[in-house]
Design a protein around this ligand. Structure first.
Ligand code: CA2
Length: 149
């Protein structure tokens, strides 16, 4: 069984820590990656940590994860609220999927309240800041290890 976790990040998350700190905090995406790598290593998992502003690239990575990964952590950013194509790609993945949002999308504008990703996610973490990625990795590790025994 695979011990690889994909962490996928959608559009504009490359700006994390560089603008809008009141909403998204001061950590950069590179900082988040360091924390995720450290945790994955502690838990005995390899990590692919990826970000793209292009919907097609994210879909291609989901297809790749479908073949190679034990689970997917996804912050699809604005595509969360718009992309049936990302939903369809995730539907084809038979593995744990955890949706992460740094901010609490339900406390924000109404257009952020609906998520296509939630329809296929095992769990949704929103509003816990970048720590949400850590909880998501822990959950996938736990589910994967339970499935092995
Ligand atoms: O809270 C989240 O993690 C979001 O997925 C972030 C998306 C937003 O569209 C979702 O509704 C909620 C936006 C990511 C853009 O990130 C930026 C970070 C710093 C400065 C500007 C944008």
């Amino acid at each position: 069984m695979s011990s690889l976790i994909y962490v996928l990040n959608g559009p504009n998350l490359n700006l994390l820590g560089k603008r809008e700190p009141a909403i998204y905090g001061h950590e950069t995406l590179a900082d988040v990656e360091v924390d995720c790598r450290r945790l994955a290593e502690e838990l005995g998992f390899d990590l692919r940590f990826l970000q793209s502003n292009a919907e097609s690239q994210i879909i291609d990575w989901i297809h790749e994860a479908r073949e190679k990964a034990a689970g997917i952590v996804i912050n699809a950013a604005a595509f969360t609220h718009t992309s049936v194509a990302i939903l369809d790609a995730l539907k084809a993945c038979e593995m744990p999927i955890v949706e992460v949002h740094i901010s609490n999308i339900h406390k924000r504008e109404p257009f952020r309240h609906h998520s296509y990703v939630s329809a296929v996610a095992n769990g949704v973490i929103a509003g816990l800041g970048t720590q949400g990625y850590q909880f998501a990795i822990q959950h996938i590790a736990r589910l994967t290890k339970a499935a092995r025994h």
